[in-house]
Design a binder for this molecule. Structure first.
Ligand code: HEC
Ligand SMILES: [Cu+2]
Length: 322
């Protein structure tokens, strides 16, 4: 892997170049502000060294404006950096709505990627150039951290939780992808490739993967296979909530709280159902934490997200949900 660790890796997105400008400017400012201190320290140490006959009487004329200015000007400059970098931080936290979603499951010691169309890959992540991509990430075991130096972004990947990252890579090429959180013996082997392709090459790659069965489709099969439909299906004798149109709605919980049903809520409802019980239902849903792995939960969550509100004519009983 010689040559793969670069002091200043290539930049593959507009954001990465912004980070470079920020770091470069900040570095320049730090040099500008600290250089006079060191230069004067050396000059004066020389001028007033022991045995030198120099004028050592206390200075008379203090200049209050000069003394204020060397505190206030650096303060304002540094404050400028605070606003500049905060704006960048906020933008990297908010993916655009039209972003392509790729689900990521980290485990000791590999990266698994599932594309929205169902294509899966391990340790390689293919993305189209010039399109925003959002990574929804979780871990199967310990804490990992996804780091793509060429994008200048890094995010912890946690068990039982979804974290996200987004980017818009604009420079086709192959770049390193790493785990930046010590996660056990083979942490240093948890290396992948981040592959940015021209849109037409990416389309070709996706079609070659030959998986048009989507994530939601696998989730639907799983929903029937592991027995969710036995309770949540329309003909079920069990008193369980309908899951149509659940995603994005507001759920009233036992105890009077309400939550918005986002991806994390769906995840937790499956893995730890008794942590949040829907108002009006008994906590009879079994926990699937030991039966399903995080990849399967992603498929179920994708399936639940795809279920729109039932039409009133569907004849389903228990229409608590608007
Ligand atoms: C034994 C019956 C049973 C099985 C099997 C079951 N559930 Fe449930 N589920 C329930 C009940 C009852 C509730 C409401 C009480 C609660 O929140 O725990 C519920 C709640 C939920 C909720 C929250 C619903 C809401 O309105 O907020 C989701 C999501 C869910 N289940 C998904 C699943 C999935 C996915 C599976 C299969 C992996 C599954 N369930 C299997 C009975 C079941
Ligand atoms: Cu790791």
């Amino acid at each position: 892997m010689s040559g793969s660790i670069l002091l200043w890796p290539p930049a593959a997105s507009a954001y990465a170049r912004q980070v470079d400008v920020l770091i470069g400017t900040f570095g320049a400012l730090v040099v500008l502000l600290s250089a006079p201190v060191f230069v004067l320290m050396i000059v004066w140490a020389w001028r007033y060294r022991k045995g030198r006959r120099a004028d050592r009487s206390p200075g008379r004329n203090r200049n209050i404006w000069l003394e204020t200015s060397w505190s206030v000007i650096p303060f304002l400059l540094i404050l400028g950096f605070f606003f500049w970098s905060s704006a960048m931080f906020l933008s990297v936290q908010t993916p655009p709505d039209d972003a392509l979603t790729v689900n990521v499951v980290a485990k000791q010691w590999m990266w698994k990627f599932q594309h929205a169309g169902g294509a899966r890959e391990i340790n390689d992540l293919h993305v189209p150039a010039g399109r925003p991509v959002r990574l929804t990430m979780t871990s199967q075991d310990v804490i990992h951290s996804l780091f793509v130096p060429a994008l200048r972004i890094k995010q912890d990947v946690l068990p039982e939780r979804y974290t996200q990252l987004w980017f818009n890579a604009d420079h086709p090429g192959v770049y390193p992808l790493r785990c930046a959180e010590y996660c056990g013996t083979d942490h240093s082997e948890m290396i992948g490739r981040f592959i940015v392709q021209r849109p037409q090459d990416y389309a070709l790659w996706i079609s070659r993967m030959g998986m048009d069965e989507g994530l939601a489709k696998s989730g639907k099969d799983l929903f029937n296979k592991v027995g969710c439909s036995g309770c949540h299906g329309p003909a079920s004798p069990v008193h369980a909530p309908s899951l149509d149109g659940l995603y994005g709605s507001v759920v009233a919980l036992d105890g009077g709280r309400t939550v918005r049903a986002d991806g994390q809520y769906l995840h937790d409802s499956i893995m730890l159902p008794n942590s949040q019980v829907v108002a009006g239902y008994k906590p009879i849903m079994p926990a699937f934490g030991n039966l399903l792995d995080e990849e399967e939960v992603l498929q179920l969550v994708a399936y639940l997200k795809s279920r729109k509100s039932a039409t009133p004519s569907s004849g389903e009983i228990g229409g608590e949900r608007p």
